[in-house]
Design a protein around this ligand. Structure first.
Ligand code: ARG
Length: 470
């Protein structure tokens, strides 16, 4: 088969591994999937023999029941079903395009897959642990419906490039959803910032009153964090949006596939250049988790301030009732649960980032079963960041701002001391001397329990005659 000797790289070409000995992924076309056509795919008491499984040809004993459950991923990867079907439809369409499938076969497969999707949507699909994962569950169902034709779908493909494709499609949608929620939160922040553009509040460093700022300015600081978070996601999306199909198990395929065509059907911007890399690396998922961790870090900072500000000690804001809960014992309590939970959920997303980094660390090429462990961290990171963004996007526009309390606080704590020093500099005093003068005035104020604004002009002039009416 001369096709096998094709080089591995090439922008849109095949990424065959150059293996001399035939198709890399076990010639599925030659009738391999051995799922019994009449098998009912449910977790029934009757185990299916290993040699009845899609990969069962070389096996003589059935899988140990615990091992079957231990190695199965269908319990969580069934979430990929829409993207799995989307990828399979594109793959079958491409196979027909290059003449590996007939149009009739392709039409039957596409139709069958759409019907399976409808079954799953309707909750009428019987998932089977014995069929291991989402890919084999769907393929077995297709074969149960179509017979021989269903067995042809996996031609020129392996679960290794299939799962990498599914995860990329899934994550691409996930990133778009996160970007949409981020945008909604940003809109909310802009809206409140505009409304509170003149609202004075104390600005803090070291959580000590520093200088007055406006509440609008503070909210726009949050906004800027999210601008960078969104840019990071867009950047990550470009590297997610690459087609692994064609890599097959690890070394490409001998079939004359058209990867550029499949990529176009699926909206991928590029095709993976190296088959070993395409099936093995999950750096794109790690990048997403890192971007998600940074979003959570930013949300946790906002959360912390919201919790502080809604306390009676600060009293800067009131959270909407709909976002708080009470206490079963203390009648006066209104707890800022939503920001607290967001702050708390930050930890699990950091955890997922570390889990994925560790999962990938020191993995030899190419695909290893370790990578099955990539899904739950990705799913939970997505769920968490989406839920937290949603909660904040809904809550922020409903914040009640206590302008008077903020303004009063802005006047306390000597927050205008720097302005007074700058005033003296403008009157000709060197800044260090001005700093000293105001420091002494602050000391006197502290000793007598008064802020600078409460001290009479005559008294202030005692610290420097440069202080005037203005
Ligand atoms: N369930 C597997 C995963 O999530 C699919 C790929 C399995 N490939 C294999 N060679 N066993 O990674």
């Amino acid at each position: 088969m001369p096709g096998n000797a094709l080089p591995m790289t090439g922008r849109t070409g095949r990424i065959n591994g150059g293996m001399p000995g035939g198709p890399a992924d076990g010639a599925a076309l030659a009738g391999r999937p051995r799922v019994n056509d009449t098998i009912t795919i449910a977790d029934g008491p009757k185990p299916i023999m290993a040699n009845e499984k899609p990969w069962g040809g070389r096996f003589t004993e059935s899988t140990d029941a615990f091992v079957e459950a231990f190695t199965a991923s269908v319990g969580f990867d069934r979430r990929l079903y829409r993207h799995d079907i989307q990828g399979s439809i594109a793959h079958a369409t491409m196979l027909a395009h290059v003449g590996v499938l007939t149009t009739k076969e392709c039409d039957a497969i596409v139709q069958g897959l759409k019907e399976i999707e409808a079954e799953i949507d309707a909750g009428q699909f019987a998932w089977s642990t014995q069929l291991e994962d989402v890919h084999m569950n769907i393929e077995a169902r297709l074969t149960a419906r179509l017979g021989e034709t269903g067995k042809k779908l996996h031609t020129g493909r392996s679960r290794n490039d299939q799962v990498a494709t599914d995860l990329r499609l899934y994550l691409r949608d996930g990133i778009d959803a996160v970007c949409a929620e981020l945008g909604r939160l940003q809109q909310g922040l802009l809206q409140v910032a505009e409304r509170e553009a003149e609202t004075l509040m104390p600005g803090f460093t070291h959580l000590q009153v520093a200088q007055p700022v406006t509440f609008g300015h503070h909210l726009l600081a949050w906004f800027e964090m999210l601008v960078r978070d969104a840019a990071r996601l867009r950047d990550c999306r470009r590297r997610v949006n690459v087609l692994p199909l064609g890599a097959a198990a690890l070394a490409g395929t001998s079939f004359p596939i058209d990867r550029a065509y499949t990529a176009k059907l699926l909206g991928f911007e590029a095709v993976a250049e190296n088959s070993l890399d395409a099936v093995s690396d999950r750096d794109f998922a790690i990048e997403f988790a890192a971007a998600a961790a940074l979003i959570m870090m930013h949300l946790s900072r906002m959360a912390e301030e919201l919790v502080l500000w809604s306390s009676s000690q600060f009293g800067f804001i009131e959270l909407p009732d709909a976002f708080c809960t009470g206490s079963s014992i203390m009648p006066q309590k209104k707890n800022p649960d939503v920001p607290e939970l967001v702050r708390g959920k930050c930890g699990r997303v950091y955890g997922h980032l570390l889990a994925l980094l560790t999962l990938m660390k020191a993995q030899p090429l190419a695909y290893n079963k370790d990578n099955q462990e990539d899904k739950e961290p990705v799913f939970d990171a997505l769920d968490t960041v989406l839920a937290c963004l949603r909660a904040f996007a809904d809550m922020v526009p409903a914040l009640r701002v206590q302008r008077d309390a903020m303004a009063r606080a802005a006047r306390r704590g000597f927050s205008t001391a720097t302005d007074l020093a700058d005033y003296l500099v403008r009157k000709g005093l060197p800044f260090r001397d001005a700093h000293e003068v105001v420091g002494k005035a602050v000391r006197a104020g502290l000793d007598s329990g008064r802020d600078l604004a409460q001290m009479p002009l005559a008294e202030l002039r005692g610290f420097s005659p440069l202080i005037g009416e203005d």
